[in-house]
Design a protein around this ligand. Structure first.
Ligand code: FES
Length: 111
């Protein structure tokens, strides 16, 4: 279990997930709508192995809709499927914010 430094907190958006490649995994990061929490989840829809980065992000519900066949995953419910055709939860990653030299950095935990 390791934490990897991702970016400055100020690099992230509440409106749209941003992709980073961390340890050879494409992961999407987005700020929570109301708190300083950072959501992190796989950029890969497990229905047909397609990228989620152009999917529609719902900030209020913390849900992502796949742009290909419209599966919906709830990131705040540990990647649970909310609408088919996907049937397997999305991988969601734990994040932390650490202050270094007076700046806030995002870290992600990978197993
Ligand atoms: S590839 Fe995402 S719903 Fe089909």
């Amino acid at each position: 279990m390791s934490f990897f430094k991702v970016c400055l907190l100020s690099n992230l958006s509440k409106e749209k997930p941003i992709k980073f490649n961390i340890d050879d995994i494409d992961i999407l990061f987005v700020l929570d709508f109301q708190t300083e929490k950072v959501w992190a989840f796989d950029n890969n829809c497990n229905h047909a192995d397609k990228p989620l980065e152009k999917g529609k992000w719902n900030p209020e519900k913390a849900e992502i809709t796949c742009p290909f066949h419209k599966a919906v995953f709830s990131i705040s419910e540990n990647g649970a499927v909310k609408a088919p055709p996907a049937c397997i939860p999305l991988n969601v990653y734990k994040t932390e914010i650490k202050i270094e030299n007076a700046e806030k950095f995002v870290y992600v935990q990978l197993d």
